[in-house]
Design a protein. Sequence first.
Length: 389
Amino acid sequence: MRKVQITLLIAVLWLVAVLAGCAQNSTQSGGSNSAGGNASGGQGTGTAPGTNTAAPAAGNLQKVTVVVPRTVEVLDDAHIWSAIKMGYFAEEGLDVKIEQSFGTTDTKMVALKNAQFALPSPNFLFMGIENGLPLKAVFQNDSINIFGMAVRSDSGIKTWKDMKGKKVALGDAAWANIINPTLIAAGLDPEKDVEYVVAGENRFQMVQEGKLDILFTWVAEYSQLKGQGFDFEYIDGNEILPYTSNPLVTNAEYLTEDPEMVRKFVRALAKGMYFVKMNPEAAADLTLEQFPSIKIPWDGAVGAMMGRVYQGFGLSEADQQKIVDGGIGIADMDKWKLNMDWAVKTGIIKKEIPLDQVVTNDFVDKTWDKSKVEADAKNYVFKVKDKYQ
């Protein structure tokens, strides 16, 4: 039942977002389909009325890199692109780019200071710290357990127990460390009951074509795939283990060497998250402007933005408002304790790490002006929406 409920819920969220967008009093522009920056980042040109233009000159901006363990040409990072294109990073004096990690892990790149930030799952953060890497979480990027499984609607797989004996497509072998605790909590033995197959960037197609049975995925990615026409349904990991997911992680040395850079990045990222929540259509527009190669109908793109909102703020209006009021990016230590307990229980790490060595809320600013971001979202001028309808 949960799989059907989540699938229907995301469909409803798409419709709500579209209807809300139609009701907005914003001007539609026939702008170019060219991106406002390039695939590795840049400040772009997608600012709108209400955006603060009193940012430092481009040459005076501090260069900052955030690294991800997958392609950057996705809708997942709309909150980061929103902060880039709406000028929130520039206002803080930062020139931010997003890069894919190659030949190493995102956490190692941060530990070596080849990048300033990454967005790993908690388990990879735990493993890195246990192995001596100087890492610390400074912002809660995903407030729920975003990870789950996608199956073809005609697969016959309805529950976690139905996965026994099936082949699960992973993008990387290490991703097993993310989903294993959920499988174990659901009563399965990952070593005996499922077979992991590393399928890389072709994993969606291999499941769609029936070559593999199950796709390990997450809410925002699943939402994008549904929008792109993949005949998938979702089995929700948050129903099994309601803990947290990917935080924003930095090198712990930056917390004393350059704490203002961390604060500025965190504040701008929070604004980007709030922008997506306040106008998912605008977030879809500016991200598709960045990546015109993404083939997706407009409703699907907006649905992917709702998946991004769900990941960052929670599913219910009450949960979302709690995060808005309590501070966007504030880590829930009770959820983090649950993450830690299961990491130890399932052998991902050998022993518990004190949470104050893992995560801090000291760099989250609760005082920035939400009304300005609300105005930016309301007054956003669309660039490419017409091309997707």
